[in-house]
Write a protein that binds this ligand. Structure first.
Ligand code: IPD
Ligand code: CA
Ligand code: CA
Length: 258
């Protein structure tokens, strides 16, 4: 038996309710590094999602942000980000999401990103399309960078200052030739906003499989071009950096990112 999109949507919404219920409570912060932390709500959401998956598919493998790799059948792999936008969440900024994706034989099949604060559920199924609360979504028809509004993610724990300067230089240069570059704090929602045409493109250099698995499938199924920084379509491999955009600006965006 294969998992269905409706099953994954139900699990993501249940986890989203946990996150919403916990938003205004006092959080227990666990530090993964000096600048990277996790709350008890990340763990609670992850537990619900993992229990749900193992409840139906006990032999599947899972890569979950807080638990790591749980070995199972190599053909069936889940990627879980229980709370994408933990820093927003811990500051009570209502911009965070639950992200779950299912991959079969190396290909992403199902993706769900649920933003509980706005009750927006983005989903996609390989070859069948992408939806926002059940309505089909499409990327924008933005023709050039000049008319585009973009979004990116910037790591805030980069030890090499020359890398930081290079990223800021690119951020500034692209800001100057577009309608702007947002930094919203949830890679999963960033990609879904590109998928539904609110934003025209997204890039992030160093990221993890759980951050981009669901969002990148949703983007692709909504008609976005999704590639690595060299323009190759096989972006889903370490270091997982990717560029996702409306087809009309992809080439120009890649050029300006190099
Ligand atoms: C982070 C967010 C952020 C992105 C970081 C991610 P987290 O995920 O998606 O927007 O820039 O790269 O790590 O830690 O909140 O799950
Ligand atoms: Ca994340
Ligand atoms: Ca997370």
């Amino acid at each position: 038996m294969e998992p269905t999109l409706n099953q994954v949507i139900a699990w993501a919404k249940a986890a989203g309710q946990i996150a919403l219920d916990g938003l205004h409570t006092k959080h227990t912060i666990g530090y993964k590094s000096e600048t990277d932390f996790v709350t008890e709500v990340d763990h609670a959401c992850e537990k619900l999602l993992m229990d749900s998956i193992f409840g139906g598919f006990p032999d599947h493998s899972i890569i979950a942000e807080e638990t790591g790799k749980v070995k199972g059948h190599a053909d069936h792999c889940w990627h879980i980000d229980p709370l994408d936008g933990t820093i927003n969440y811990s500051h009570k900024v209502p911009f965070f999401a639950i992200s779950v994706a299912y991959q079969f034989q190396g290909k992403l099949q199902l993706g769900v990103v649920y933003d509980p604060s706005h009750d927006e559920c983005f989903s996609a199924e390989r070859g069948k399309g992408a939806w926002l609360n059940g309505e089909a979504i499409h990327v924008s028809d933005c023709p050039d960078l000049q008319h585009s509004l973009l979004v990116t993610g910037l790591p805030h724990n980069e030890p090499d200052l020359t890398v930081v300067s290079r990223r800021m230089e690119i951020f500034g240069r692209i800001t100057n030739i577009t309608q702007g570059v947002r930094r919203l704090g949830s890679a999963a929602i960033d990609m879904c906003y590109v998928a539904c045409g609110r934003l025209d493109g997204y890039w992030e250099e160093k990221i993890n499989s759980w951050d981009i698995a669901a969002g990148s499938l949703i983007c692709k199924e909504a008609g976005a071009m999704v590639t690595d920084f060299q323009g190759n379509p096989d972006y889903f491999k370490p270091p997982y950096g990717l560029v996702a955009s409306a087809p009309g600006i992809h080439e120009e965006l890649l050029k300006n990112l190099s």
